[in-house]
Design a protein around this ligand. Sequence first.
Ligand code: F6P
Length: 324
Amino acid sequence: MSKIKNIAVLTSGGDAPGMNAAIRAVVRTGIYYNLNVFGIRRGYDGMVSGDIISMDAKSVANIIQRGGTILKTARSDEFRTIEGRQKAYENLRKHEIDALVVIGGDGTFTGASKFIEEFDFPVMGLPGTIDNDLLGTDFTIGYDTAINTVVDAVDKIRDTAESHDRLFVIEVMGRDSGLIALRSGISTGAEAVLIPEIKVDYDAIMTRLDKTRKNKASRIIIVAEGDQEGGMVVADKIKESFPSYDVRLSILGHIQRGGSPTCMDRVLASRVGVGAVEGLIEGRRGEMVGLIHGEVKYTPFSKAIKHIDKIDDNLTRIVEILSL
Ligand code: F6P
């Protein structure tokens, strides 16, 4: 057992619904085990500048249902430099903080890995990103809420698309990952889903659109923003091939990152939040806490941040079979 007395928690990178539930879980688990808990504001930027506050059970009351992050977040340039990380280390020492929980995605864990390597400091990570692009967890915190937001938006777009016999290209988030696109595409009955992990075969898509033309009034094509060409180019290409189609483009954007987290995200955040603090107390470090098949699992940062480039063929196959 380690002698950890004071821990700190921060959120970093793009915010994700459920981050507040994760902060709450870390703070309250720390208090449960008689630790002092600090919050670091604005991610690694706050660690570098010393924006560190003391947290108690009340400071995380009434936040489990709120989107965003009460600790705020940032993508820190200063923490990428050794000077920045040195300052951050000194600020942690000033508050006698002896362990850290970081909530974020691959950039967050890459920074944490460097920090552990240089200062031999215990850090645990929670998967907080809407992209679901981390290994070592079935789902990341925020993903379920984000895909439900997309589904809600696409259902509404489908109503107007159907009324006007239109084809909508809808761009969703996911810089390097098509997992938001794929799952929301299946659940909204999209005619095609374009994702960065798979090279777009325009001929096949056009042939399919043409073949299924008589069966449908509306058509929805979901494009991940990280796709080779993005929604605008895809919409132009379809228009070129089918001048008679009434094509519209809708970019959903940051609406996908906001809103109250779903039950799934709240439970996930709570379980991994408890797991992170218990892991630190057991002497763990340098690992992300995830849920695999319903069980809490610890995965080294180096493995968690390896991008998922192999997409489940079953999901892509389903889109094709069901878009007849
Ligand atoms: O990492 C989450 C994410 O929402 C990506 O899907 C998206 O590409 C990116 O963040 C957008 O980041 P920003 O809000 O900084 O533009």
